[in-house]
Design a protein around this ligand. Structure first.
Ligand code: 5GP
Length: 249
């Protein structure tokens, strides 16, 4: 094996971690892991559970396409290569326990917190920080809390916020050209060897709010959260617009 992008014969080893939507496996290369994307869906801190048929394939392929696009614009990501419809080879990261959210349009918890109507445009994108903690229900935090909890250094946080806005600047017009309004999305970052920072996790209809540009119809996990129906079709439509032909389960 020479470099991550040219790996051959990386063998899957034991399960390291199973989350709500993904399983992470160790590999024969200690610097690499495999992310396996499931069809399982949860919402409201796992109070609501279900299955979205074909979701794992959509999320894996869409994340791969967007990570590759971002890499071209100078955003370091954990993506190495796609192994199968549901498996992605990634750099192994020490995940920073911060969920970073960018908002371009008012929706979800921002509508609840501010009383602003869903759909209100936001002139300058907002970046929010949340503590990644299932037992605490991912509470919102600020830079002082990050420092107090030693989640990241001030330099790391500044880099994360800068990169987050760059990612928004890349993805928003890319999606708009394909008929999708990028309302908001969540990112996670982690540290690789030498504490170098990378974008991790996934970018998918599970982690983004995406509305149809013309009709403003919701084409993301809100269809599952809010029992709107047509969940699978929405995921397939996003896949078709951002990646290519619809995929099977
Ligand atoms: P909100 O704070 O309005 O509930 O969510 C803002 C954005 O972040 C939405 O696009 C939502 O999908 C995403 N998001 C926030 N928290 C989580 C989470 O714990 N898991 C996932 N998959 N997405 C999240």
């Amino acid at each position: 094996m020479t470099r991550a992008g040219a790996t051959v014969n990386v063998e899957q080893q034991g399960k390291m971690y199973e989350g709500k939507a993904k399983i992470v496996y160790a590999t024969s290369d200690p610097s690499l892991v495999i992310q396996y994307f499931k069809d399982d869906a949860t919402a409201f801190n796992a109070l609501k559970k279900g299955t979205i048929v074909g979701k794992g394939v959509v999320n894996n392929r869409m994340s791969a396409a967007l990570f590759q696009r971002l890499a071209k614009t100078g955003v370091p990501t954990h993506y190495v290569r796609t192994l199968s419809d549901r498996e992605m080879l990634c750099r192994r990261l020490d995940i920073i326990k911060i969920e970073t959210i960018v908002r371009n349009v008012v929706a979800g918890s921002l509508a609840k917190r501010t009383g602003l109507e869903e759909g209100t445009p936001i002139a300058k994108p907002i970046v929010e920080l949340y503590l990644k903690s299932d037992p605490l229900g991912d509470p919102m935090i600020n830079a002082d809390h990050v420092r107090m909890l030693k989640l990241a250094t001030p330099a790391e946080l500044a880099w994360i916020e800068r990169m987050t806005l760059r990612i928004n600047t890349v993805l928003r017009p890319y999606m708009l050209r394909r008929g999708l309004i990028l309302v908001d999305f969540k990112l996670e970052f982690g540290r690789g060897p030498g504490r170098k920072l990378y974008l991790g996790d996934e970018i998918s209809p599970d982690t983004c709010r995406l509305w149809d540009r013309a009709t403003r119809q919701k084409l993301d996990k809100d269809r599952f959260r809010q029992d709107l129906g047509g969940v699978e079709d929405a995921y397939q439509e996003v896949y078709r617009r951002l990646v290519g032909e619809p995929v099977g389960a």
